[in-house]
Write a protein that binds this ligand. Structure first.
Ligand SMILES: [Zn+2]
Length: 487
């Protein structure tokens, strides 16, 4: 059967580290890049008799994440032990939440701008909100690195606060999964909850995928792709896995429940282990931790709910007169939205500032592979540069040259740079003389304008620009011609 005759059902489990100073159940530093096994203590090493203490900040941030996604928080939330034996889990159990997590329900809106660039023009379900099942809080495991005949393990990561966000099986395509993760990242960064950087391992993703023929309701066996560490890998592995399952069903091969991994080098999924039964983790209630009463925490965190990307986007359209799409670009990263607002502050031409941010600044950032956060161009200088163009001191083309100089020397002022480059506004009285001459030389065009063809003003402007060797400011020239012709 062709692939169109199959429906895919996809669910995601996203692990996301919370930005925090200390670990989830002890006071050890929660930091990256420190020497291995230096941020450890009896609690996170699982030594006998050590008792866990809750990290209130991590609980609050998880509740906040739930608020941003429209989840409900039960009045009492509990802790459970998930038992399994593995070297990355020194206690041989993980402290997590099974029955009553901190957040239930909710959803993640898929922003248009969050889809892969190549599909943004043909989004199948614009405005879709992917239903969430829950968010619970748990501790991260240690990081193991395997070599051919030995393994290394770093317990610095063991016990770091980790949110697990679980969706309903509500995702239909690889592109939606991609948009889900990008949108979720945006929202978590806006909330200050996590940097959610997959490259730094702050966000990791497991994907559950099954396919079934169109017209059937019952879900078939799902396969789980574990530990994906880039959004592109999530998209590619889903594409591959859907095709693989469809092909095998066509050949009459049934799927066995299995854990698989994505091999980026060969671009294929590889089976790690076939599950005979679902794993028995012998969950039970954690005896060393009391349940958490959440009512006061929920009330407190309400005041920390920020303006979300889609809310900011709508406000930008109204406040700055930018298009829906441009507002989406400007709000795609919180740092960029903040930069734009700073640059547009007090500007009479905020829309032009937006154009410079999108076409000038973003282009330069991409070209030089610099992140928005490391952007050297001062927001005030961008506003000043746009003002110079508006005042007719420099043309757009000259402004680009000024931009490039300030990019390299951010402390210089646009006005000084323009002067240094010899971009003086043309002598207006000389330009006026040229305008008079052009009007005199082209009586037929003047007749056309007076006869109701205002577009000929542009033609006259072009003649003046030519005669002034590009030095005149086209906007001022057009204004002057219009005035002289009494338009
Ligand atoms: Zn510790």
């Amino acid at each position: 059967m062709p692939r169109e005759d199959y429906i895919a059902t996809i669910g995601l489990e996203v692990h996301c580290q919370i930005t925090a100073n200390s670990k989830m159940f002890c006071g050890c530093r929660a930091a990256y890049g420190d020497d291995p096994n230096t941020n450890v203590c009896p609690v996170c090493l699982g030594l006998p008799g050590a008792l866990p203490v809750l990290n209130k900040h991590a609980i609050e941030q998880t509740i906040l994440a739930g608020m941003l996604l429209g989840c409900e928080t039960p009045e009492v939330s509990r802790w459970d032990r998930k038992n399994y034996f593995y070297p990355d889990m020194p206690k041989n159990y993980q402290l997590t939440q099974l029955d009553v997590p901190l957040c239930l329900g909710g959803g993640v809106p898929l922003y248009d701008i969050a889809y892969p660039k190549d599909v943004q023009k043909g989004i199948a379900n614009p405005g879709k909100v992917v239903k969430m099942n829950r968010i619970h809080l748990e501790e991260d495991v240690a990081k193991s690195t395997h070599f051919s005949n030995h393994s290394l393990i770093d317990y610095n990561r063991a016990g770091m606060p980790l949110m697990e966000l679980v969706t309903e099986p509500d995702i239909d395509t690889a592109d939606e999964a991609y948009a889900f993760l990008k949108s979720l990242q945006q929202i978590l960064v806006y909330g200050g909850i996590s940097d959610a950087d997959m490259e730094k391992g702050q966000m990791r993703c497991d994907v559950n995928i099954s396919v079934r023929p169109v017209g059937t309701a019952e879900l078939r066996t799902k396969l789980e792709v574990k530990n994906l560490n880039s959004i592109t890998a999530v998209r590619k592995s889903i594409e591959f896995e859907i095709q693989r399952q469809c092909d095998e069903y066509d050949e009459g091969i049934e799927q066995k429940q299995a854990t698989i991994r994505w091999d980026d080098a060969i671009g294929e999924t590889v089976v790690m282990r076939v599950k005979e039964d679902s794993a028995d983790y012998r969950y039970f209630t954690e005896p060393d931790l009391l349940p958490v009463r959440t009512v006061e925490l929920v009330a407190k965190m309400r005041s920390f709910v920020p303006e979300l990307p889609h809310e900011k986007r709508e406000r930008f359209v109204v406040d700055y007169g930018v298009s829906e799409y441009d507002a989406g670009v400007l709000t795609s990263e919180k740092a960029l939205a903040d930069y734009f607002e700073k640059a547009a502050e007090g500007s009479k031409v905020a829309k032009k500032v937006a154009n410079w941010v999108i076409n000038g600044l973003l282009g330069k950032l991409n070209e030089t592979d610099v992140s928005v956060r490391d952007n050297p161009f001062p927001a005030g200088s961008l506003r000043a540069l746009v003002d110079l163009v508006e005042a007719g001191t420099v043309t757009n083309k000259q402004a680009r040259e000024v931009f490039d100089v300030i990019w390299e020397s951010p402390d210089e002022s646009p006005a000084d740079v323009a002067k240094g480059l010899g971009f003086e506004p043309a002598d207006q009285s000389a330009v006026e003389g040229i305008i008079d001459q052009v009007i005199l030389d082209n009586p037929d065009k003047v007749e056309e304008i007076k006869g109701g063809n205002p577009r000929m003003v542009n033609w006259l402007t072009g003649q003046v620009m030519k005669a002034s060797q590009g030095k005149a400011n086209p906007k001022l020239v057009t204004d002057s011609i219009s005035a002289k012709l009494g338009l």
